[in-house]
Structures are given as C-alpha cells and as structure tokens.
Design a protein around this ligand. Structure first.
Ligand code: CP
Length: 310
C-alpha cells in the first residue's frame, strides 16, 4: 500500500501532485496483478448518477464488489431529489442508512466541492459537467503507462470536442504533471486558442497535430451540452477531424488510439481505427475496474484514518 495518499475524496486531478497520481496508478497496477482481497468488506457504496453511464458506473460497481463492498440499489431517478431534496440532504440521509462511499455523476461542474467536506463518507467524482472526470483520466494513464513506463517527453493529442469535455481537462492536468506534452486539436469553437493558458498546445489542423504523436485520445461531440452552431454539420466535422487510417499514419509507428466512449463511429473515429491494431479502447475499459478499485480503497483508507484533505 502506498504512503503518498491522504484523501478521503477524489474530486479531480487538478490539485493532486505527481506523486499522488503515481500512487493511484501503482495501486491500480497492484490490484491488476494480485488476487482481490476484501479490503472494503462491511462498506456500502451508493451511486448517485444524474447523467447516463455505461462504462463508469459498471466498472465502479465491479470494483466495489471485487473489494468486498456491498452496493446499494439506489437510483437518482425516482428518488426524493425529484421532490426538491438537495444533493447534500440526500447524501446525509444515505449516510445515515450506512453508505460509506458515494460515487457521483452530475451535470453541474464543481457540484461536489462544497459537499464532500460535509459528509464523513468518501466522495468520488464520476464526472461533473465540463469540469473533471478523474477516474477516466487515471484509467487512460494506466493504459499508457503499461506501454511506456514513463510519460516524460511523450506527445499526446486530445482530438475533438475539448470545450465540453471533462475527460480532456482531467487528462491534461495529469499528463502534464507526469511530464507529457499535450496538444488539443479541433475546430476553434470547440478548441479555443485561450485553452493554451491551461498548458496545452492548441492546433486546429489535425494532420499537423498528429505528426509524430505517441497517442491520440479521441473525444465525441457532446451534442447534449451544445447550443446550435459549434460545427457546421456532423458531416463537415467528420470530414475535417475524424480519425481515419490515413491520419493515423502521421503518428509514430507504435502510437496508440484511445477513446473514453461512447463512440460515434463515422463521426469522430472510423471503425477501421476503433477496431484496429493500434486501438486500446477496450483495454481502457478493462483498466477502469483496477483504477477504480485503487481509488475506492485509497479513499477508504484515508476515511478510516480520519484524514479529510480533498
Ligand atoms: N467514459 C465514460 O464516462 O463513459 P460512460 O459515460 O459510459 O460512463
């Protein structure tokens, strides 16, 4: 078990240090190679998901169950949130029922920051608005670290709808701390030049962005978060920015393709690429279970030790 950890909550990666991020990755790698132990026996996990999810929710559930926790059958749809109960009151009531871990997905950016210190249970961000999706970035990094060993000097392109993407932000924060160079690429409305202030290189020409890159993380257009007018049409976007086999050739010969899912095949990525030999997309999903086991276990250790720094 790592020493570089003192958080009962994981709300984002922006404020974590490189040692803390490496500590989670080390723990995830340990869980991947070791038989699971019931480290969370007697714990109760609740999923507060106000937005749809396939990968994040299922892999968090698998992670909790593999560590011996129980999972509460709670759904935000049909709960008293619909009657105006606040998220904090909901969490305090579920905590009174015995919940020790909240895994929360919400449409409002930063919604968990004021709430996490008010509950004794662990609070894990499973994606908040456009803000952060820390465990997605952790599983992305775990997948890349297994190939590269170190991130130092690696060039990672994040291609697509960066503006609406919590995945892009969490990846940028973590990759930069670990020494990688990050390029954001997409049309100006979705990748404003001002994003360079976050520490990414901004490039609107996809061919130039991919030249010599070690990895590309392809993002879908988040049409559900868009007003009209961000792209002329899906067909125009696909023509200008879709990851095709020809574009892939511009990257290093051993470069890999990531996608957080869900994919819109033919819009941001061709099936030939998504299902091809350079794709690590399903490895990402498999690694999600181990990254989430690490987060649940490490946060629980801080919770039981009475450490609350978040
Ligand atoms: N990557 C991701 O968050 O996928 P889901 O929305 O299916 O959880």
């Amino acid at each position: 078990m790592t020493k570089d950890w003192g958080l009962k909550d994981l709300l984002g990666l922006e404020r974590l240090g490189a040692a803390e991020i490496e500590a989670i990755l080390d723990e995830a790698a340990f869980f991947k190679k070791s038989p699971p132990k019931p480290l969370l026996a007697g714990r109760l996990a609740a999923f507060l998901f106000a937005e749809p999810s396939t990968r994040t929710r299922s892999s968090f559930e698998a992670a909790a169950l593999r560590l011996g926790a129980e999972v509460l059958g709670f759904s935000t749809a049909g709960s008293s949130l619909a009657k105006g109960e606040t998220l904090l009151d909901t969490m305090l009531n579920l905590q009174a029922v015995g919940v020790t871990h909240f895994i929360v997905r919400h449409e409002r950016s930063g919604v968990l920051e004021p709430l996490a210190p008010k509950v004794a249970a662990c609070v894990v961000n499973a994606g908040d608005g456009r803000h952060e999706h820390p465990t997605q970035a952790l599983l992305d990094l775990l997948t890349l670290r297994e190939r590269w060993g170190s991130f130092r000097g690696r060039k990672v392109v994040i291609l697509g709808d960066v503006l609406h993407s919590r995945v892009a932000r969490s990846n940028l924060f973590a990759l930069k701390k670990l020494g990688a160079r990050v390029t954001f690429c997409g049309p100006t409305p979705l990748v404003p030049d001002a994003f360079a202030e976050l520490g990414a290189r901004v490039e609107h020409d996809v061919e130039k962005a991919l030249d010599g890159a070690d990895a590309v993380n392809v993002l879908r257009l988040q049409l559900e978060r868009m007003e009209q007018g961000f792209v002329p049409s899906l067909a125009d976007y696909a023509l200008a920015y879709r990851l095709t086999p020809e574009r892939l050739e511009r990257m290093k010969p051993d470069a890999v393709v990531l996608h957080p899912g869900p994919m819109n095949r033919g819009v941001e990525i061709d099936s030939e690429v998504a299902d091809g030999p350079r794709s690590v997309i399903l490895e990402q999903v498999a690694n999600g279970v181990f990254a989430r086991m690490a987060v649940l276990a490490l946060c629980d250790r801080a919770r039981t030790a009475g450490r609350t720094r978040g």
